[in-house]
Design a protein around this ligand. Structure first.
Ligand SMILES: NC(=O)c1ccc[n+]([C@@H]2O[C@H](COP(=O)([O-])OP(=O)(O)OC[C@H]3O[C@@H](n4cnc5c(N)ncnc54)[C@H](OP(=O)(O)O)[C@@H]3O)[C@@H](O)[C@H]2O)c1
Length: 237
C-alpha cells in the first residue's frame, strides 16, 4: 500500500510511519523538517529486507497552498500512486481566548484546518480517477468535547471532524473512504504541557499507528468512518 503522512517528522506522524513501514508499505512523508524526514526514510530503507517499498519525503509548510499541492504531487509521482493520505500535521496552542494573539489564531487555523484541506484537495483528483483511496484525518478528543484553555485548538479540531464526516458523504460513491480519528492523550513532546509530569499512562504514537493500520485494512467495500482512541487509565491526577 502507498500512504502519504503529513506531520511525519515527529510524534504521532512518526509513530504511524514506523508502524506502516514495518508492514512493508511505501510511504511519502511530509513536514517542514526535511532533515528529520530524510532520516526516517533512511531508517525505513535500512530495515526493509527486500528493498521493495519506496520511502520518499517532501519538506513543505502546509500553510502554503501552492507548496502543498506541489509537494503532494511530487510524493504521488515518487510513490507512483497513492492509496491513502493521513492528514496528521497539527499544532497545539493552549491559551485562554483573551491571551491568544491573532498570529496564534491564524497559525492554528492555517495549519490544522487549511493545511488539511490543501493536502486533501491535492490528492482527490488521483483518488477520484482511480476510484479508490482513503483519507484519514486526525482530529482530537478536543474535536468532540470542550477544551477550556484551548478554545481555538478545539475549534480547529471540531472543524476537522465536520469536514471529514461531510467529505465522506461526497467521496464514498467514488470508492474513497474517509475516517476521522479522535485521539485522546498521546505521548508526543508537543503535548507534554508539563514536561516534568508522568506521561507513561498516555497512548503511544505507535499505538495510534496500529489504529490507522486497522482502518486501512478494512474490507474494500466498508469504511471505519470514526475512530476514538483513548488511554485506559486517566493518568496521575
Ligand atoms: N499528542 C496528543 O495528545 C494529541 C491528541 C489529540 C490529537 N493530536 C493531534 O495529532 C496530530 C499530531 O500531533 P503530535 O502530538 O504528534 O504533534 P507533534 O509531535 O508536534 O507533531 C506535529 C507534526 O506536524 C508537523 N507540522 C506542524 N506544523 C506544520 C506545518 N505548518 N506544515 C507541515 N507540517 C507541520 C510537524 O513537523 P515540522 O515541525 O517538521 O513541520 C510534526 O511533524 C496533531 O494534529 C494533533 O493536533 C495530538
Amino acid at each position: 500500500m502507498k500512504v502519504i503522512i503529513t506531520g511525519a517528522s515527529a510524534g504521532i506522524g512518526a509513530g504511524i510511519a514506523r508502524v506502516l513501514a514495518g508492514e512493508g508499505f511505501s510511504l511519502g512523508l511530509l513536514a517542514r523538517s526535511g532533515d528529520k524526514l530524510r532520516a526516517l526514510c533512511e531508517e525505513f530503507d535500512r530495515n526493509q529486507p527486500d528493498g521493495y517499498a519506496v520511502h520518499a519525503s517532501a519538506a513543505c509548510d502546509l500553510r502554503d497552498p501552492q507548496a502543498t499541492e506541489t509537494a503532494l504531487h511530487a510524493l504521488i509521482d515518487r510513490l507512483d500512486g497513492v492509496d491513502a493520505l493521513i492528514n496528521n500535521a497539527g499544532v497545539v496552542i493552549r491559551k485562554d481566548v483573551w491571551e491568544l494573539t491573532l498570529d496564534e489564531w491564524r497559525t492554528l487555523v492555517e495549519t490544522n484546518l487549511c493545511g488539511l484541506f490543501y493536502a486533501t484537495r491535492a490528492v482527490l483528483p488521483t483518488m477520484r480517477e482511480q476510484r479508490r483511496g482513503h483519507l484519514i484525518n486526525v482530529s482530537s478528543i478536543s474535536g468532540r468535547m470542550p477544551l477550556p484553555g484551548g478554545s481555538a485548538y478545539a475549534a480547529t479540531k471540531y472543524a476537522v471532524a465536520g469536514f471529514t464526516e461531510s467529505l465522506f458523504q461526497e467521496v464514498r460513491d467514488f470508492g474513497i473512504k474517509a475516517t476521522v480519528l479522535f485521539p485522546g492523550s498521546v505521548d508526543s513532546a508537543s503535548h507534554r504541557h508539563d514536561p516534568a509530569a508522568d506521561h507513561s499512562w498516555k497512548v503511544k504514537p505507535e499505538e495510534v499507528g496500529l489504529a490507522c493500520l486497522d482502518a486501512l485494512n478494512t474490507a474494500p467495500g466498508t469504511c471505519i468512518s470514526r475512530i476514538e482512541i483513548r488511554p485506559l487509565g486517566r493518568g496521575p491526577g
